[in-house]
Design a protein around this ligand. Sequence first.
Ligand code: ANZ
Ligand code: ZN
Length: 876
Amino acid sequence: SERYNARETEPRWQRQWDEQAIFTSKNDDKRPKYYVLEMFPYPSGRIHIGHVRNYTLGDVLARFMRAKGYNVLHPMGWDAFGLPAENAAIERKVAPKAWTYDNIAAMKKQLRSIGLSLDWSREFATCDPSYYKHQQKMFLDFLKKGLAEREKRKVNWDPVDMTVLANEQVIDGRGWRSGAVVEQREMSQWVFKITKYSQELLDALDTLDRWPDKVRLMQRNWIGRSEGMLVRFALDPATTPSGETELKIFTTRQDTLFGAKFMAIAADHPLAQAAAANNPKLAAFIAEAKRIGTAQEIIDTAEKLGFDTGIRAVHPFDPNWKLPVYVANFVLMEYGTGAIFGCPAHDQRDLDFVNKYGLGNIPVVCPEGQDPKTFVITDIAYDGDGRMINSRFLDGMTIGQAKEEVAKRLEGEIRGNMPVGERQVNFRLRDWGISRQRYWGCPIPVIHCPTCDVVPVPDKDLPVVLPEDVTFDKPGNALDHHPTWKHVTCPQCGGKAIRETDTMDTFVDSSWYFARFTDPWNENAPTTPDVANRMMPVDQYIGGVEHAILHLLYSRFFTRAMKATGHIDMDEPFAGMFTQGMVVHETYQKADGSYVTPAEVQVETGANDRRASLISSGEDITIGPIEKMSKSKRNTVDPDDIIATYGADVARWFMLSDSPPDRDVIWSDERVQGASRFVQRLWRLVNESAEIAKAAPAARPASFGTDALALRKAAHGALDKVSTGIERLHFNVCLAHIREFANALAEVVGREGQPAPDVTPDISWAVREAAIILVQLFAPMMPHLAEECWRVLGQAGLVSEANWPQIERDLLVEDTVTLVVQVNGKKRGEVTVASGAQNPEIEAAVLALDTVKQALGGKAVRKVIIVPMRIVNVVG
Ligand code: ANZ
Ligand code: ZN
């Protein structure tokens, strides 16, 4: 047979699948549904190799489940709003819309060349007005339900360009275009009330048993539930600005109250403002702290700095004990109450702080087995278990007992009609700020009227469509600069009003697209609830771990909010979640440190080393570490090149073969060539098998000889293992089983150039069966080759539409155990039995052995002693 030519076959099969529309799924299909979804791509312009891996993983599962008889939903769309389109507009003077849709067209062509079993009839882009119209409707629904609200939030403000910046536009604290030092400004922003669901989002993680543990843990930490207390500290009036009487703090360690050394408040805490009123030095400290901001990473890394306000707080258990109140850069206004009491002995940040300012520390928890008299803290805080010391009425208690005792006492102590302390549960999770001061996003459908305040855009006026005649010659939001777009009449009073020019965070777009795929044709509503309820949840979602927190959490919130507003009737959108690894590659550097691409480099593998040189000049190249493929390191490979050279099937096979799908895979040209050789090998093997199969009797032979039986066992064994392997997404293991099975078939079929084996009817029948099973097993991974082979084997229709082969269970070789056989304590041989074999069965097998009969010499058996899994002793 001729060489397999992927360049010819692949486009041909892709056309045929298309023409027959075999991958479109119908909503009235009565078979059980299976929804496979890979995270939809951002239309950056080109598919990268990570996409190929992501979509191949999903495609194997989709094709397999289709063969198993499911109504498979496997759609594709585009996460199409975002900043890069605006940057392209600025840099290349192309309109964001044109840029985006051109990219979509180019990437769609690339995706098609991979041979994915996608239902393109459901395709949409999130920038289609027919999509974002429904998003605007849901925003208004959420608003009515109190799930969307306005709130003052800090934003990055560029004082030179006079505009708000996205986080990625702030580089080292400066505006990306102006270079000006960026300030934090408070502005009214729209938020989604995700915190209403904090506890629920946390609890439901326990039900997501088909999610990776690490993803659930990341979500748990992000939600960040802590149990603690609010405690009201009285302020010493002599030291305190008028109007201020107390300081409320949040603590999770009320047990350590007797170890308190100071109080600290955030720079933007109202008490700090009050104290700074006649203290210029403090005012300067606060201004500087605010300028730097209090992002978590700054707090974690920056030096702990504070400024004594002069205010003194009174210890809740001792009116004579006064604590200094500092403004400190490590206290966040957004968490708890924006104020803490510091216990340096048991909190590292507090210890660093007191060591800097010479405030000392008092240990109040002593580890078990330590002598309290010699237990001191110097540089390392102790946050472990132990017994209370130096704590008056708490001494001797465990931490838990002390927490309880303090809680009871503070709850019982009343000051000004209110208890001094109350128990509180706090979450780290903040409400989701969705306002973005950007053009290329979904417009927020409200109008600001000087008389009526915020007025929702009436349903009949949806969608609020983005204007296309925008310019990017000025910094900031092009919507805001548009001469007419924002000027409207108020829908309520008919007066002059202004449209909201903020657009939604693009995470909103991706928080419900999976539900829209269930009925993207519905023009009147975001979903058709009974269809969405039938097709959702997504049975298997696949994507990068970089989305493990925000995208998945927002989608989980959105599904609940859609339930509250009647668009779907479930809580969790993704029943199964899988996070795939990255595609990584060596890096190559010239002597001057500049990076060169793999295509420009020739690598020679010696006995003990690998050396690289530049193909064009022969100059030496340093082989650098293996890293994630990135433009800056130039260690990328272009999927188009790979497909043009080797074909999509080879690229797919390589992606699946080398490592488990959740681990990184190292791109290697040698391995890709190996995959390419395997394709040719399978092609020859199937052609040779087809020759032998021609002689096969139509009817199944009544009995099979040893060789035929062995081949049948290999075929059904592989079928069994590959089926369960695909279900578990252990694709690399499946591929190993397929290779092993191909070898078994090749043994029987013989090699090219060798005389044809002696073919009996049972052999030719078994070869045909095996070849058909083999082709079906690799069809999900290499669908084009499989279609071509399917034809060679004379099978009707498309393998992409064939039912998964039936396993004959009695051909599955059982697991066995081998036991040592002794007669009167002396070894006389071994016996192999099925691993589940019962004692009478084992006894019979042992007594049937010739060696045992000989050793007994005709004597009667008195007893058989079986040591499970190990020894059988026959006593004669
Ligand atoms: C006293 C104390 C003693 C604390 C001790 C810890 C250890 P989680 O678990 O994250 O909720 N804290 C409270 N509000 C804060 C804010 N706005 N900015 C920075 N830190 C804040 O952490 C709760 C603890 O973080 C609280 O318990 C408080 O310090 C601090 F040995 O109170 B603790
Ligand atoms: Zn009005």
